[in-house]
Write a protein of this length. Structure first.
Length: 82
């Protein structure tokens, strides 16, 4: 099976893109636990690592969005309070 082009999401990445923050965080915690336990072959470890990276990126997307919403709310409050 050919590798997907770098700019095309894999099925795994497409699935992760639909995750809410809590689900992505919980799955990331599980991935880290599995990697820390060891006992996986190199390919399994790399696959898990890649999934962990995608999950971490999804969490960061959610956190960045939340940060922006808070900043916007604070800005509106300052304008309203002037």
């Amino acid at each position: 099976m050919p590798e997907p082009a770098e700019d095309q999401p894999t099925d795994d990445q497409a699935e992760i893109a639909t995750f809410g923050y809590e689900r992505a965080r919980d799955e990331l915690v599980n991935v880290v636990k599995m990697l820390e336990q060891g006992g996986l072959d190199l390919d399994e470890s790399l696959t898990l690592w890649e999934r962990g990276e995608a999950l971490a990126n999804r969490c960061e997307e959610h956190l960045a969005g939340a940060r922006k919403r808070v900043e916007d709310a604070l800005s509106r409050a300052e304008v309203d309070g002037e």
